[in-house]
Write a protein that binds this ligand. Structure first.
Ligand code: DX5
Ligand code: ZN
Length: 228
């Protein structure tokens, strides 16, 4: 099994020092930077927009993993791509199969990756199997969208396992997002997640570098146990 990727979520970082926070995460070995975009409509918070992505694009070469928690991803995919996003993920609650196929084309035409996301109560869509070749990443939210620092919802783990089974025959990442911390990483990895998004457990623990390194150590140990 490949190494699990860690994607620190800057929603939980100090927004007055995003550069400093991103560089600390990068130095500690982050694999990508997770950027949560909330529009105050799909999710009950307002966070960051394309201008923020454009600015952080200049401070790191790490892939920028953009999670669009917005009602109208068709309108905003393009500005986020232009701003320098590497992965653009949209919620299945606001797009149908046809829109997913079209958005995937738009994103991939620019050499970027396309993901779909599911809220905790949203099942894997019936059309998912038809679209496997259009999707690079499936994001399973393990908290309700909008805010960092919420408790992980273990009831999403069966959904992660089903997604991973489907992924066997396709090539995509399964990302778990929300309430991931140094304690629950082993169960999440056992369920088969390949990307861990972590906000509060990286940026609100006092020391970003040691928090990330500790998460990496737990993740590697869990992977070793799985392959033993
Ligand atoms: C939830 C966001 C998450 C969140 C993660 O709305 O999609 O990415 O910021 O933060 P933690 O890890 O603190 O739950
Ligand atoms: Zn997110």
């Amino acid at each position: 099994m490949n190494r699990v990727k860690i994607a620190p979520s800057i929603l939980a970082a100090d927004h007055a020092d995003l550069k400093g926070e991103i560089l600390k995460a990068q130095e500690a070995g982050a694999d990508m930077i997770h950027v949560d975009v909330a529009d105050g409509h799909f999710a009950p918070n307002i966070s960051m927009g394309p201008d923020t992505v454009r600015s952080i694009r200049k401070v790191t070469k790490l892939p920028l993993d953009i999670h669009l928690m917005i009602s109208d991803p068709e309108k905003f995919a393009e500005p986020f791509l232009t701003a320098g996003s590497d992965i653009v993920t949209v919620h299945t609650e606001v797009v149908n199969e046809r829109q997913v196929a079209r958005l995937s084309e738009v994103v991939r035409e620019q050499g970027r990756k396309f993901g779909i996301a599911l809220k905790p109560a949203t099942p894997i869509p019936t059309w998912f199997r038809n679209q496997l070749n259009d999707i690079d990443l499936l994001l399973v939210l393990s908290v309700n969208p909008g805010f960092p620092g919420q408790a992980f919802m273990p009831e999403v783990l069966p959904k992660v396992k089903s997604a991973v089974k489907m992924a066997d025959s396709a090539d995509f990442e399964v990302e778990v997002d929300g309430g991931v911390d140094q304690e629950n990483v082993p169960t999440i990895i056992k369920a088969g997640a390949t990307v861990l998004v972590a906000g509060a457990s990286i940026f609100r623990k006092g020391d970003v570098k040691s928090a990330l390194k500790q998460m990496r150590a737990v993740a590697e140990r869990s992977l070793q146990e799985l392959s033993a």
